[in-house]
Write a protein that binds this ligand. Structure first.
Ligand code: SF4
Length: 360
């Protein structure tokens, strides 16, 4: 991903977290980035969540439930039951189900016991129906003609499949309006004012970066999307040759995919970049941008991309042990502090986690 696109994407995510207006005014908004399926990945995913359901989801912890765990916890009974009586036939060997049961039990999201050489399970809580809507956003700050054509084709496929309730493209407001008209009518268009990439070098070190005033990011709706129908049969284009090959996707499969996407959004959010970048490098910093913080590299004198901020970066310089003295090596150092800070912010959008885990 180009550097400009990474920073743009983080700004769009931060903006959406603060300003997205859900269809139901009381919905809670979760934002995640770089989520998708085997076939398709979206830059930004917005989940509009039922407030009570979202709180109830916290009973299963901060981490996402993968497809196997989700299958188990959703069907787990209120009372101890032999697992094969409780769960639907998986259509594959039961030993994989048993593995999922053991993992779920180790995670504390399912109760498991052995009686008369049989595995019995019991739920720790009912898994809630917490997802109201899913919105997919493609971030393309700099659309040239060929990028716009490729994006339009991709969005047409998204619309035909109808996995999300809405699909959008977010692009810079300047010089792209003509290209925006190439997008399919059903896709919405957000225009984003050019961020102040050359802002001064003041950083957030030593303060709460969410405190204080920020300039808001100027985001406008240039085109409203059509609301799609995730409960209808979708059409998946499998080959854009001549003739185009496609297959139908039934609503049950779409519901499953949405549930898994929502779980990933819950677990990852949009700040997980710290897990793959090197906040433990002495040049790493978080810098206040319009709506939230973005990574900043003092060695490069600019915002670095997620790809270039790695152990193989020629400018990488590990934070010295002296920085880590308090709590080193488990808790100390600015690198760990950055991760904790970002994790705390993710948790703020996930009510109920603090009561369960007690560590936020
Ligand atoms: S010097 Fe390299 S590794 Fe260190 S913060 Fe900058 S980009 Fe990341």
């Amino acid at each position: 991903m180009a550097g400009a696109e990474f920073g743009f994407e983080l700004r769009v995510c931060a903006w959406a977290e603060r300003h997205w207006e859900p269809a139901d005014p009381d919905s809670r908004v979760l934002v995640a980035r770089q989520l998708g399926t085997r076939r398709r990945r979206w830059d930004t995913v917005i989940v509009e969540a039922d407030p009570a359901g979202l709180s109830a989801r916290a009973a299963f912890g901060a981490d996402e439930l993968d497809a196997d765990l989700l299958d188990v916890v959703r069907h787990a009974p209120a009372d101890w039951t032999y697992y094969r009586d409780a769960l639907p036939d998986p259509g594959y060997p039961w030993r994989y189900v048993r593995e999922a049961i053991h993992r779920a039990s180790a995670r504390g999201v399912l109760d498991e016991r052995k009686r008369a050489n049989r595995i019995e399970i019991r739920r720790v809580a009912p898994y809630p129906d917490w997802v109201r809507r899913v919105v997919a956003v493609e971030n393309k700050p700099d659309l040239d003609a060929s990028a716009a054509r490729a994006l339009a084709a991709q969005l047409e496929r998204d619309v035909a499949l109808g996995l999300a309730d809405e699909v959008w493209v977010a692009t810079r407001a300047d010089a792209t309006r003509a290209l925006v008209t190439e997008m399919p009518n059903a896709a919405g268009v957000l225009t984003v004012g050019a961020g102040d990439d050359a802002a001064d070098d003041a950083t957030d070190e030593g303060r709460d970066p969410e405190a204080g005033e920020r300039d808001a990011l100027a985001v406008d709706v240039a085109w409203h999307p059509r609301t799609l129908d995730p409960d209808a049969t979708g059409v998946r284009v499998t080959d854009r040759g001549d003739p185009t090959a496609f297959e139908y996707v039934d609503p049950a499969e779409k519901r499953e995919t949405r549930a898994r996407l929502a779980e990933r959004a819950y677990g990852r959010g949009w700040r997980a970049y710290a897990d793959t970048m090197r906040p433990d490098c002495r040049a790493f910093d978080l810098r206040a941008a319009e709506e939230g913080d973005v990574p900043y590299c003092h060695a490069k004198g600019r915002e670095q991309t997620a790809a270039e901020c790695s152990g193989s970066c020629p400018d990488f310089s590990p934070e010295p042990p002296g920085w880590r003295q308090r709590g080193w090596p488990i808790e100390g150092g600015p690198g760990k502090t950055v991760k904790r800070l970002l994790d705390r912010r993710r948790r703020r959008r996930r009510p109920g986690l603090d009561e369960r885990d007690g560590d936020a």
